[in-house]
Write a protein that binds this ligand. Structure first.
Ligand SMILES: [Zn+2]
Ligand SMILES: [Zn+2]
Length: 261
């Protein structure tokens, strides 16, 4: 069986395991499985948007490659696959740390990140809610170097699979205690703080996979308090419908930056 067919199964199995642990060891006990926005996040963001953007991003990268012929130089093709995967995991993670941090500082970029912070319940599925423009930027930057540097074809699949599972993990409603590991690897303990509805708490923990970026660049936050008072956006009534959620990003600017530093 090819990895192309196996990877969706692995993602579904990982989701089932995470959901089971959420039920057994919940961080927020009152959070429901079928919470507000569940079907919208599952069908519109995780399935429809992911699929359509995947086609568009693939087309865009193939177009860049056809124009530049970069992949024919096979710059890293001779590297072992594990090393190629590691290279893209670390470099893209560093990029996403800074892009994410800037999104919290720039009103225009915040507007396409706001959707991600709009869920009032943070769980395995809520990470999928991201504006299509944010995904278009981040996933083009994620996958273009993989193709253009001539990585093995399975590298993009491994990378996509790891990103999907890690996204579910850091947003999961699982009451884990990973201790000193939090200085290296990101997880729910740190990322749930990032989704706090209190501006001061949410302006920390920008990392996705490696928490080291937050600790190196001074944005790591692990207070004594176990959890934020609430999640989501304060003072904004975020639309519930997928199309309206997208159009909401283009409402007139009023200087409502979510978090400053
Ligand atoms: Zn954020
Ligand atoms: Zn998040």
């Amino acid at each position: 069986m090819s990895l192309e067919l196996i990877s969706p199964f692995v993602i579904v199995i990982a989701a089932a395991i995470i959901v089971t642990f959420e039920r057994l060891f919940p961080y927020e006990e009152q959070q429901k499985f079928l919470r507000e926005g569940f079907w919208n996040d599952l069908i519109m963001y995780s399935i429809v948007q992911s699929y359509l953007l995947g086609l568009l991003i693939n087309w865009l990268i193939q177009w860049i490659d056809a124009s530049t012929m970069l992949s024919r130089m096979h710059l890293i093709s001779h590297w072992p696959v594990w090393l190629q995967v590691l290279l893209f995991l670390v470099t893209h993670d560093l990029y996403i740390y800074w892009f994410h941090r800037i999104q919290h500082r720039s009103i225009r970029l915040w507007r396409i990140h706001e959707a991600h912070h709009s869920t009032k319940d943070v769980d395995w599925l809520s990470g999928s809610r991201s504006h299509s423009l944010e995904i278009l930027i981040n996933q083009t930057i994620e996958f273009a170097p993989i193709v253009l540097l001539g990585a093995a074809p399975e590298v993009a699949l491994y990378k996509g699979m790891i990103s999907a599972i890690w996204g579910m993990w850091i947003h999961s409603n699982i009451d884990v205690h990973t201790g000193k590991l939090q200085y290296v690897i990101n997880g729910p303990e740190m990322h749930r703080w990032h989704h706090s509805d209190v501006v001061a708490d949410g302006s920390y923990n920008f990392a996705t996979k490696l928490a080291i970026w937050d600790w190196i660049f001074g944005t790591g936050f692990l207070p004594e308090r176990k959890k934020p008072a609430g999640y989501g956006l304060r003072e904004i009534e975020f639309p519930k419908n997928y199309i309206r959620q997208h159009l909401f990003a283009f409402r007139p600017l009023k200087g409502d930056v979510y978090s400053g530093e």
